[in-house]
Design a protein around this ligand. Structure first.
Ligand code: NAG
Ligand code: NAG
Ligand code: NAG
Ligand code: NAG
Ligand code: NAG
Length: 460
């Protein structure tokens, strides 16, 4: 017995050393970003906030030397023929936020630049708000209000400056996977409702076996595994269009982030997986109010916009059931209520996301009902109540050129048919090679993040 214990514990020590580790060439220093929590008695500033870059953007190389484990869109199959071995042999490196990734902060403002030309060219980024050096800040949005300012004036067609919440683990998955030694500090553990398969490390293992390089993205590919969890899109936007969208998942029943394979990851049947990939979206243009949001419109995207989102429950308590996700804008000292849907022949005018609104819009537009099949707002709320991580990103779209946000989609649909037109961008806009070449200086600025009781995070 004693001997067996000794052997087991020495193996445990060995595996504790050999796991998805971190590199030593670049110190990881998270840029500071302050934010506020608010109650009836006012707001207090949290000055300890920082942001961490997602692991997928980081240099991953052999432990102890400069050999890449992953280059462009392919893995080094000599080092990475086995997913677990690969994670043990490779490290995630620290990030130079400004010069490599175009990420800067100042006080309560975060700027994400689109194309950054350093030693290599970097496209877009994704960062998380941190509670400490090694843990993500967790938010329970139930019966709460979340507010921020955004400058989208330098985000043309095809780009997306996104602010959203996903049900990641606070430690980036370290406790769940003993092989993950990098954790939240290095931005591990991403998941969302698309169950993305372009993630290089999931659950402390590489996603190298079966990896297929993307035919149209020199920086990405798809592995055999995806990573699913519920997602609340507060803000997916450019200067032309904006949408907010809850995406419930079945995974929240088993604790949030879950690695998937095959059909679980929504392939080949888009609606047969663990999550709702479509969500129930409120995009004012798509909902028939074409003069509400955009350059020079009611909510003027040429200028800074304050975006308020309220998560209302059936009994005005965090323990209640999510019944409504309400949007309010503030600009130039004026409170601007959300636009109302405008299809009087199809369904009654509504300005907020409720289960009735989702039923009406899906039926009216002839959309799939995966939002309802995944449990609708109640299931979204059950996930939110367990805590979500705040994500801020800038990205272009190698799958659909962002046309689902800012143009007619599907592109061969009749634009006069309700639900097809989502914005004024041309159906030929948004190809990544075009936006990367023509708008390298695009950027989004998020600032003045506030979280608190309903009615306490904004004023006129
Ligand atoms: C890097 O380390 C690996 C594993 O120890 C070794 O196989 C490889 O030869 C090294 N490469 C260089 C360039 O030193
Ligand atoms: C792949 O890794 C092996 C082992 O470290 C190394 O010898 C080889 O040069 C690497 N290949 C590339 C293309 O980097
Ligand atoms: C919740 O608060 C709203 C707004 O103050 C109020 O109209 C509603 O009656 C309250 N609902 C319950 C169940 O207390
Ligand atoms: C709110 O409703 C939930 C169930 O819907 C219940 O468990 C909880 O006790 C209620 N909270 C309050 C303060 O009434
Ligand atoms: C890019 O490739 C992916 C497959 O990796 C495909 O789904 C997508 O339609 C392609 N997009 C374009 C714009 O060609």
């Amino acid at each position: 017995m004693l001997r067996a214990t000794y052997i087991l514990s020495s193996l445990a020590v060995l595996s504790a050393v050999r796991g998805q580790g971190v590199g030593t060439y670049q110190t990881e220093t998270h840029p500071k970003l302050s934010w506020q929590t608010c109650t009836r008695s006012g707001c207090t500033t949290n000055s300890a906030g920082t942001v961490a870059l997602d692991a997928n953007w980081r240099w991953t190389h052999v432990t102890g030397n400069y050999t890449n484990c992953y280059t462009g869109n392919t893995w080094n199959t000599t080092i990475c023929k086995d997913n677990a071995e690969c994670a043990k042999n490779c490290v995630l490196e620290g990030a130079n936020y400004q010069s490599t990734y175009g990420i800067t902060t100042s006080g309560n403002a975060l700027t994400l630049k689109f194309v950054t030309k350093g030693e290599n060219t970097n496209i877009g980024s994704r960062v998380y708000l941190m509670a400490s050096d090694s843990r993500y800040q967790m938010f329970n949005l139930m019966n709460k209000e979340f507010t921020f300012d955004v400058d989208v004036s330098q985000l043309p067609c095809g780009l997306n400056g996104a602010l959203y919440f996903v049900q990641m683990d606070a430690d980036g998955g370290m406790a769940k996977s003993s092989n993950n030694k990098a954790g939240a500090k290095y931005g591990t553990g991403y998941c969302d409702s698309q169950c993305p398969r372009d993630i290089k490390y999931i659950d402390g293992e590489a996603n190298a076996v079966g990896w297929t390089a993307s035919p149209n993205d020199t920086n990405a590919g798809l592995g055999n595994y995806g990573t699913c969890c519920s997602e609340m899109d507060i803000w997916e936007a450019n200067s032309i269009s904006t949408a907010y969208t809850p995406h419930p998942c079945k995974t929240q029943n088993s604790g949030g982030q879950q690695r998937c394979t095959g059909q679980q990851c929504n392939v080949p049947d888009r609606y047969g997986g663990l999550c709702d990939p479509d969500g129930c979206d409120f995009n004012s243009f798509r909902m028939g109010e074409k003069n509400f949001y955009g350059p020079g419109k009611t909510v003027n995207s040429n200028k800074k916009i304050t975006v308020v989102t309220q998560f209302l429950t059936n009994n005005n308590s965090t323990s209640g059931t999510l019944t409504e996700i309400r949007r309010i804008y503030v600009q130039d000292g004026k409170v601007i209520p959300n636009s109302k849907s405008n299809f009087p022949n199809l369904f009654p005018a509504q300005d907020s996301i409720t289960d009735k609104f989702c039923d009406d819009a899906k039926k009216g537009f002839g959309d799939a009902t995966s939002f309802q099949k995944n449990g609708g707002l109640q299931q979204m709320g059950a996930g939110l109540a367990k805590g979500h991580v705040l994500v801020l990103s800038i990205w272009d779209d190698h799958t659909a050129n962002m046309l689902w946000l800012d143009s007619n989609y599907p592109t061969d649909g009749d634009a006069s048919k309700p639900g097809i037109a989502r914005g004024t961008c041309s159906t030929s806009s948004g190809a990544p090679k075009d936006v990367e070449a023509n708008s390298p200086n695009a950027q989004v600025i998020f600032s003045n993040i506030k979280f608190g009781d309903i009615g306490t995070t904004y004023s006129a």
